[in-house]
Design a protein around this ligand. Structure first.
Ligand SMILES: [Fe+2]
Length: 429
């Protein structure tokens, strides 16, 4: 079955997470070289796996969800770009053309000192990030001032990736009433004199973080999604989650301020959309259907911290080149230092009103042949052959069956085995 694979990398937080190992290191005086030789280094282990995945399977694009660093540390941000370039050649445009790469800012990438003091230019604070990528010759792949979109295509199978900046409110100052502003400023100023820069950041910067997306970008995004045909799948990338995270969070302005407006705008596109994000350091996969826009379906896929793993999104296409479903391959590092590869989630993308697009003689004949109970692959092949006058070749029947499974018409047992071992059962009358 034809497919396109996109790599989703979550928050990196370099260099804070750079030296994390899997080990119970009680003796802080043990030689580092000895500790390194006997423990699994989290980020190295994951990056090695990403490298193996990008070399061995055909990855057509990479999405990086932001938070390359922590607390607006631009040196850490630069170091992270160097690390990604050394390990994955992310700055090599022959290996990764512009259209295949999308990177968005995270709230931790922003130094609040770079916010415009006159409250006029919301994008001024992103300039150092753009300059960091500029030094590496790749400022074209970071999304800041405007919506970015690109088309990823392989053998006439297409994904449209849109990325937008959900951090335009991050780092901005709250304008407190004048009568308490001066007192508040003097308290914060005196605190920052006695506290470390990290403590000051945590008190002042984190609490005033305000995730939000720009109205103009949302309008452009909706128009862009509505303009693409049904043979492409829109994938949206931003740093912040649209739905609240699954565990309670007590913090000021913790959720995307205009998330309701944003998600109802996405629902108005009346088609399946995949929304990828980071920020929550978790790996939830959730779906939203707006029953006033019944063809809508938004699937939210969160990538975990890079030190915990990464996702590969595999979009599978029907014979008519329409996207059928998305398989999320979850590569996760466990506490024993082992990576698991087989934890996959299957997300169907076809809504009921699109079903007529897939009804051809093979699908109709398959439904007739699967009357009751389980059928073997070869028996079905014979039955369909008798019905339509030509026995389908093995490869065609495999595609038809996998397609029918995505359409929830049949269920295949032992799908990972060779097709001659498949058992097929009809699931809908
Ligand atoms: Fe983060």
């Amino acid at each position: 079955m034809e497919s396109l694979k996109i790599l989703q990398i979550g928050d990196i937080h370099y260099p804070e997470k750079k030296d994390e190992v899997i080990g119970d290191i009680k003796d802080k005086s043990a030689p580092n070289s000895l500790i390194n030789a006997t423990t699994v280094h989290r980020i190295q282990r994951i990056i090695r796996e990403i490298h193996r995945t990008t070399e061995n399977s055909t990855i057509s694009g990479i999405m990086i969800c932001g938070d390359l660093t922590s607390y607006g540390d631009i040196n850490g941000y630069n170091e992270c770009i160097d690390y990604l370039n050394n390990s994955l050649e992310i700055c090599d445009d022959r290996k990764w053309p512009d259209d295949s790469l999308h990177i968005v800012p995270g709230n931790h990438d922003i130094d609040h000192n770079n916010c415009d003091p006159d409250d006029k230019d919301l994008f001024k604070k992103f300039q150092p990030l753009v300059e960091s990528w500029q030094v590496h010759g790749r400022d074209s792949i970071i999304t800041t001032k405007s919506l970015r979109s690109s088309v990823v295509n392989k053998n006439n199978h297409t994904i449209n990736i849109f990325s937008l900046n959900s951090c335009i409110g991050s780092g901005e100052k709250r304008h407190l009433p004048k009568k308490i502003r001066d007192q508040f400023e003097s308290i914060l100023t005196s605190y920052s004199k006695s506290a470390s820069s990290t403590d000051s950041f945590e008190l002042i910067y984190e609490q005033l973080d305000t995730p939000t997306v720009h109205n103009d970008h949302v309008i452009e995004l909706v128009n862009g999604i509505k303009a693409i045909g049904i043979k492409s799948l829109p994938i949206v990338l931003a740093h912040h989650n649209v739905l609240p995270q699954t565990i309670p969070r007590w913090e000021i302005y913790t959720e995307l301020v205009n998330s309701g407006q944003f998600r109802s705008s996405l629902a108005s596109c009346l088609r399946p959309i995949i929304y990828c994000h980071g920020h929550i350091h978790d790996d939830s996969i959730e779906e939203l259907i707006d029953h006033h826009n019944i063809s809508s379906k938004i699937i939210f896929i969160s990538a975990p911290l890079l030190t915990d793993g990464f996702n590969v999104l595999e979009v599978q296409f029907a014979r008519n080149e329409i996207p059928l479903g998305c398989i999320v391959h979850k590569y996760r590092l466990n506490n024993k230092g082992q990576l698991s590869y087989e934890n996959t989630i299957r997300i169907p993308l076809v809504s009921n009103d699109m079903m007529p697009e897939f009804r051809d003689e093979y699908i109709s004949s398959l439904i007739k042949a699967c009357n009751s109970g389980e059928e073997r692959f070869q028996i079905l092949r014979d039955s369909i052959g008798m019905d339509i006058g030509t026995r389908p070749n093995i490869s065609t029947l495999e595609k038809v069956l996998l397609e029918a499974e995505w359409l929830n018409l049949i269920k295949i047992t032992d799908r990972s085995c060779s097709s001659k071992h498949w058992k097929i059962r009809r699931v809908q009358p």
